[in-house]
Design a protein around this ligand. Structure first.
Ligand code: PLP
Length: 233
């Protein structure tokens, strides 16, 4: 069942990329396994999946220990500075950096371990009150500041678009994130690349791919609905 769900999404990636002239290898599916058991991660793994997303530190580290080591674990949820130490050598990419304070704390923890942590800056493109993420106006100056931290490396931008029944409504936000990344790339800032755009979830990934997503983060459409309230937080 999980394998079938993955196949549907992979076929969509292929078809949409063909339609809009993109290389389908430029879009990577992240299987968002939050709240779901290791057995389900392993089902997806057996189907060939290697990129998984978690939004809680404790769940990421537990699954990291239990699962094969060639999985790339993506931290996609809000991250507290005091928990960075638990994931610094386990996360492949942190998608949710939205303050200088957090970037600096990641930099310090990475320096202690003598590694460089890849990060994305999370942008609240729709400027929703309830959401984490940088405001659109802050992004460029924040990139420039964080770029000076030697043990983090900015790879691109991430957004969580508004929840909506009509995914077309989110197209404008995906376009905005793409435009922001193009604008930043033009500035040729040292230690910054803008090759990664993490956007699109179960309800709106079709649109996100059309607008340039390189990572889509899908939970529900692979693993089914999550059973406890707050799982989206
Ligand atoms: C839960 C979550 C997802 C996956 O959401 P679905 O709608 O279940 O596909 C993607 N991104 C983030 C940041 C999430 O927290």
């Amino acid at each position: 069942m999980i394998a079938d769900n993955i196949k549907v999404i992979k076929d969509d990636i292929q078809r949409i990329c063909n339609q809009c002239g993109r290389d389908s290898n430029s879009v990577t599916l992240i299987d968002v396994s939050k709240t779901k058991p290791v057995s389900m991660v392993m089902e997806a793994y057996e189907a060939g999946e290697r990129d998984f997303g978690e939004n809680k530190v404790q769940e990421l580290t537990a699954k990291y220990e239990a699962c094969p080591k060639d999985i790339r674990w993506h931290m996609i949820g809000h991250l507290q500075t005091n928990k960075i130490k638990y994931i610094i050598d386990k996360a492949y990419l942190i998608h949710s950096v939205d303050t200088y304070h957090l970037a600096e704390a990641i930099h310090k923890e990475a320096a202690k371990r003598n590694l460089v942590m890849d990060i994305l800056l999370e942008v609240n493109v729709a400027e929703e009150e309830s959401k984490f993420g940088l405001g659109n106006e802050e992004v460029v100056s924040m990139v420039k500041e964080i770029a000076k931290l030697t043990n983090v490396r900015i790879k691109g931008l991430m957004t969580v678009a508004p929840f909506t029944d009509n995914p077309e409504e989110n197209r404008v936000y995906f376009q905005k994130l793409k435009q922001l990344s193009v604008d930043i790339a033009k500035e040729n800032i040292d230690n910054v690349s803008m090759n990664v755009l993490s956007m699109g979830m179960s309800g709106d990934y079709h649109i996100a791919i059309e607008e340039g997503a390189t990572y889509i983060r899908i939970g529900t459409n692979i693993f089914g609905v999550r059973d406890y309230k707050g799982a989206n937080e």
